[in-house]
Design a protein. Structure first.
Lengths: 211, 484
């Protein structure tokens, strides 16, 4: 059993998308539980990817290919995961670009990194009004809310989202991480966000820390 | 007497042949016709729906090539921008090169604390002074954002006032939206006298950016429509990142970028034919280790030069990029990266080379980088002058006069021609002992000293007080409208 888990992790690290799917199915057929395949195969592999990326041994397109391979494994596992079981190791994240801002590549990269780190990510997209973000938080009960802005003129929407969470009485149910080129730690402190991340990879790290 | 002579007056540099430019253009037409773009503005969509363009799925617009070619023909083939001092005039004509700063860096290095902090109105004012003073800069972009203004929704007008107060050269402005552009245009009309004078002799061009890939925001489109109405030259150019918001291969990045500008060209034509259009942008890669939008990558130089070839082939003025770096400080990396991109942008013959002085991948501003790049541009221009092989320059008679074993130091020919060389002001050529005696200064030291000198000593020609008051009134009215 340990052997096939290692092979799943290996295939994931080198980005063999189809193989991860096939091997995950093989593991299930040989009696492994989906949770075992997830933690000992898929997430074990993504952990190595994460370390390699931090050590500059892997590049973003390779990391994202491994994330795709992980999805291929998850697709095999989802139908047989115990009803109601959390298909993520780390919990749910809701992520959005704030109102008035159409930029999303950074946010999307962060979303992919978060998924690689074991989160289930609900990507609301761009130009999200505070009330819609709050609605999504209420519906999905995430542990983390990620907000992104590229413009100094849309950054002021971030404290508005935090205020809206307070108004609904759910501010303390979720940790808010903010990011984007003009955003800083000082701004995060000023507006009462829980954390600031300077790039997508750090965002995934910060999210794990905040749990 | 000689006959059938052809000479190179300057070095000749080319990345793409005409056939390759045509390939890129044709592929861009395919994108405009088949893939289309998304337009997030009601007025723009209405104009497009009423034309032969196809609008589906709410806001997906596909445009036939015939409309693109009609639109392209309607833009003026040359543009002149003149600052508030009429002597400061720049031509955007094939192979005429102009250098300028970049816009809207959110952070600046504080001269007192040395720390990186949010940019202020004063930073923009000081940068504008420097561009006014430094002779190798031809146009101004804000080199900072006025973030310390009462309302971030009117920052653009505060910034414009700071620029026009401190710089007499032409400007390329950013605007929050059409209202912000309109206010800045009203302020500029005060200097030209009236709307028609501004149209004839524009003081500024407006910088507008689509959101790659192939999205045009409401703010971008309303600014474009206003520019078309008033004949304001518009730089409508993207900042794609190869491998992320554009394909990873350079020609594909250029195809997509051109498609975005062509879509804007058609829209401006539908609104009112004849808007002066400028193409180009920042074309570079997403660094795959750090996810940085790389201003120092050699790919930026190569892609920009290739895109300039396309612009020249199309007959549209080109907005290129150079003199910038990913380095967070003014160090060897900053100097190396800035120099490379300045050279290739110049050699390619781009009309507006912007972002000179950009540090930290465009996020941080510093006055010292402007001074360092002033020196580098001097060397670039010198090489760009090329070589004259005629008569007094070929000078075989001089060689004959001096003869074997002679010297040229005292010769009249040397006296006449040595002044044609570049005179370095910050690059040191002293002998070692002299260098030690003078304090063992580095380039960084000399740059800093010169920056401080300019800051202390230089005052730009002040703005006419009446005009100034009128401009402030426009600004105050904008503030009142946004007072919440």
């Amino acid at each position: 059993m340990a052997d096939i888990m290692e092979r799943i992790a290996e295939a994931l690290i080198i980005g063999k998308i189809d193989e991860v799917g096939t091997l995950s199915q093989e593991a299930l057929d040989n009696g492994a539980t989906p949770e075992e395949v997830m933690s000992k195969g898929l997430f074990a592999g993504m952990d190595v990817v994460s370390t390699k990326f931090k050590n500059q041994d892997m590049f973003i397109p390779e990391v994202l290919r491994s994330a795709k391979a992980m999805h291929a494994g998850m697709d095999v596992l989802k139908p047989v995961l115990t009803e109601g079981a959390d298909s993520s190791m780390s919990g749910t994240v809701v992520i959005a670009t704030v109102e008035g801002d159409l930029h999303d590549i950074g946010k999307n990269l962060a979303a992919m990194m978060l998924e690689g780190a074991g989160f289930r990510v609900i990507n609301l997209g761009i130009d999200q009004k505070a009330k819609d973000i709050v609605k999504a938080v209420k519906e999905n009960n995430p542990k983390i809310l990620g907000l992104s802005a590229l413009l100094t003129t849309t950054m002021p929407r971030m404290p508005e989202v935090i205020e809206a969470l307070k108004q609904e009485g759910i501010r303390d149910q979720v940790k808010v991480i903010i990011g984007g080129a003009p955003v800083t730690q000082e701004f995060a402190d000023e507006i009462g966000a829980d954390a600031y991340a300077a790039n997508a990879a750090l965002g995934a790290d910060k999210a794990k820390e905040l749990l | 007497m000689k006959i059938n002579q052809t000479i190179n007056k300057t070095p000749v540099f080319q990345v793409l042949t005409e056939d390759q430019c045509e390939q890129i253009y044709n592929a861009a037409l395919d994108v405009v016709e088949r893939t289309g773009g998304r337009f997030f503005d009601y007025e723009a969509l209405k104009l497009l729906k009423d034309s032969d363009a196809v609008v589906t799925d709410d806001n997906l617009v596909r445009i036939p090539a015939s409309m693109v070619e009609q639109a392209l023909k309607s833009h003026p083939s040359k543009i002149t921008l003149t600052g508030r001092n009429e002597k400061n005039s720049i031509k955007l004509e094939r192979n005429v090169v102009n250098f300028g700063t970049g816009s809207d860096q959110p952070f600046t290095y504080d001269r007192e604390t040395g720390k990186r902090r949010p940019s202020t109105r004063r930073d923009v004012a000081e940068a504008s002074k420097f561009v006014d003073y430094l002779s190798n800069y031809d146009f101004l972009m804000s080199h900072g954002i006025a973030r310390d203004v009462p309302n971030s929704a009117t920052y653009d007008r505060h910034q414009f006032l700071a620029m026009i107060e401190n710089c007499t050269k032409p400007i390329i402005v950013t605007a929050v939206n059409a209202e912000g552009l309109e206010d800045q245009w009203k302020m500029a009309c005060l200097i030209r006298g009236n709307e028609k004078e501004f149209r004839l002799n524009p003081l500024f061009a407006v910088y507008i950016e689509p959101s790659s890939p192939l999205k045009h925001t409401r703010e971008a489109l309303e600014k474009l429509l206003f520019a078309a109405d008033k004949g304001i030259p518009a730089v409508y150019t993207p900042c794609p990142s190869a491998g992320a918001t554009s394909p990873a291969t350079i020609p594909a990045m250029l195809v997509q970028s051109l498609a975005e500008t062509l879509q804007a060209s058609v829209l401006s034509y539908l609104r009112k034919p004849g808007m002066p259009l400028i193409m180009g942008g920042v074309v570079t890669i997403l660094d795959m280790l750090t996810s940085a939008y790389s201003y120092g990558a050699p790919e930026l130089s190569l892609a920009s030069a290739a895109y300039t070839d396309v612009a020249k082939w199309l007959g549209i003025p080109m907005f290129s990029t150079g003199g910038c770096t990913d380095s967070k400080v003014i160090d060897e990396q900053a100097a190396a990266e800035a120099t490379t991109s300045l050279f290739y942008a110049y050699l390619s013959g781009a009309n507006l080379i912007h972002d000179v002085g950009y540090l930290d991948s465009g996020l941080t501003a510093s006055l010292d980088t402007l001074v360092m790049c002033e020196e580098i541009i001097g060397t670039v221009r010198q090489i760009g002058k090329g070589i004259c092989t005629e008569d007094d320059h070929l000078a075989w008679q001089v060689i004959d006069e001096v003869g074997p074993g002679g010297e040229y130091l005292t010769h009249d020919h040397t006296y006449r021609h040595w002044k044609e060389w570049f005179v370095p002001r910050l690059q040191d050529r002293a002998d070692y002992d002299t260098w030690v005696a003078e304090g063992q200064k580095t380039m960084n030291d000399r740059v800093r000293e010169e920056t401080e000198r300019i800051l202390r000593e230089y005052q730009p020609e002040p703005l006419d007080e009446k005009v100034h008051q009128e401009m402030k009134r426009i600004l105050d009215e904008a503030e009142k409208r946004h007072d919440s």
